[in-house]
Design a binder for this molecule. Structure first.
Ligand code: PLP
Length: 451
């Protein structure tokens, strides 16, 4: 460490150095994750987070899916450092740069070609929501229709266009004015296992008096992330693909969270053997956590006029450099997919065993790949309490679902098996601890501790 910094650090007491009070004083009330994890994080390495006081945490959160390859993956860090060292272009709008060229070539070579996919690439502004905005705009321009069908419990971002397609009331009510031009329909399983919700959609489409304006597109996640880890069955996805084709409706898969290996393959829709018309990617696409977003579109849909969907930060070259390294390191053969499948089996089995060991009405397990949820259908307050207890025990794990009723397992895909098992055992201990506290609490006290 630099001597001056070391001397400065000495002057600040350890407690002050790790304090987060300035965030509470100066940062807007809109801050969110810091409330669940009130820790001053300083360093990240693979699946380990280190706070300013030097304490280590295991990361089962992975930047909400932006860190599928872990923190500061050495395979990406080195080329990024070298790129800066040689004064490679960092900001380039959408100018041609050698870093961007290498990323596009790698994307074609390792992702599109082997899967027989024929898409053009549109780099949008760097956030996921901007890719969704572009996808929705494009669908509307191409079809000359304004309505979009989205699904209950979906999350597509919080800028107004994508927010219109997002289910959660908390986000929607923050729009400030009515959200329009989206029809929300029940996702797979929304009405229980015995109802195929596409019967309803198909009937609406075929009935001229149904009141449904034929949509430009349907937009959906193959496994809904923020909404509570709901995986759609492959059969349902195939039927939806057929239905949309027959009615001339575009299918947009929002693969921002479920893509880039999260559900076992690069794209979440691969296993269902469907090909969407438009795909949005972001979060882990850059590998190292720097922002980048991408829309994949079928060539015949490419009706954009030059610059029509613009943006200053469409050329994050550090993201291109790291993203290129990620594609080359992990997607040149099938080893990574096999590794994900192995860890997925461990995760699924261990979660089922946890669910068995804590007989609790409404406790269930949902998910695919390394995207799983432990669902507390009856005790909605439990996941938040378990997450807090886990943090005390050195594990960072978040909750999701409309009422935070789901404990969300989203470890890095590169996590060591030993760390995966260690994290799961911390979860198990945390559930025990929370249950014991509840059992020992008087009913009155228990009520008071609920959020
Ligand atoms: C995170 C997410 C988005 C929004 O991405 P931002 O970068 O937060 O704007 C959109 N869709 C899905 C499925 C996501 O998980």
């Amino acid at each position: 460490m630099n001597k001056r910094i070391a001397a400065m650090n000495k002057k600040i007491s350890p407690s002050n150095r790790a304090s987060i009070s300035i965030f509470e004083r100066l940062e807007s009330e809109v801050r969110s994750y810091i409330r669940s994890f009130p820790v001053l994080f300083d360093r990240g390495l693979g699946s380990t987070l280190i706070d300013a006081g030097g304490r280590e945490y295991l990361d089962f959160f992975a930047g909400a899916g932006a860190l599928n390859y872990g923190h500061n993956n050495p395979a990406f860090k080195k080329p990024v450092l070298e790129y800066i060292e040689r004064d490679g272009i960092v900001h380039g709008l959408d100018l041609a740069t050698s870093a961007k060229k290498a990323f596009i070539e790698a994307f074609e070579r390792y992702i599109l070609k082997p899967r027989g996919l024929n898409y053009k690439l549109q780099f949008t502004g760097p956030t996921g929501t901007n890719a969704v905005e572009a996808a929705l705009k494009l669908a509307r321009i191409v079809t000359h229709r304004s309505n979009i069908v989205a699904f209950a419990n979906s999350f597509h971002g919080v800028s107004v266009g994508s927010l219109s397609a997002t289910g959660n009331k908390k986000y929607r009510s923050a729009a400030g004015y009515p959200l329009a031009n989206v029809t929300s329909l029940p996702y797979d399983g929304y009405l229980g296992p015995s109802v195929d919700t596409l019967d309803y959609f198909e009937k609406l489409l075929n009935d001229p008096s149904s009141g449904l304006d034929i949509p430009a597109a349907v937009i959906l996640e193959v496994v809904q992330g923020e909404g509570g880890i709901y995986p759609a069955s492959f059969q349902w996805l195939q039927r939806l693909r057929d239905l949309t084709k027959r009615h001339g409706i575009l299918m947009i898969i929002d693969d921002i969270q479920a893509g880039v290996g999260r559900t076992g393959k690069f794209f979440s829709f691969e296993a269902a053997e469907i090909v969407p018309d438009i795909v949005t990617l972001s979060k882990s696409l850059s590998g190292i956590g720097t922002p980048m977003s991408l829309v994949l579109l079928k060539p015949e849909l490419d009706v954009w006029s030059p610059g029509a969907h613009s943006g200053t930060f469409r050329g994050n070259n550090l993201a291109f450099v790291a993203g290129h390294a990620a594609l080359e390191t992990y997607w040149a053969d099938s080893k990574f997919e096999e590794e994900i499948a192995r860890k997925s089996a461990i995760l699924a089995e261990e979660l089922k065993s946890i669910a068995n060991d804590f007989p609790n009405p409404g406790l269930s397990v949902r998910g695919r790949g390394l995207m799983y949820g432990l669902v507390f259908q009856k005790d909605h307050s439990l996941p938040v309490q378990i997450s807090r207890e886990a943090l005390r025990r050195g594990l960072v794990i978040e909750t999701c679902g409309g009422q935070n009723e789901v404990l969300k397992f989203l470890c890095a895909l590169t996590i060591a098996e030993a760390d995966l098992r260690r994290g799961l055992s911390i979860v198990r201990d945390s559930i025990s601890a929370v249950k014991n506290t509840m059992a020992n609490a008087s009913p009155k006290r228990l009520h008071g501790s609920e959020r």
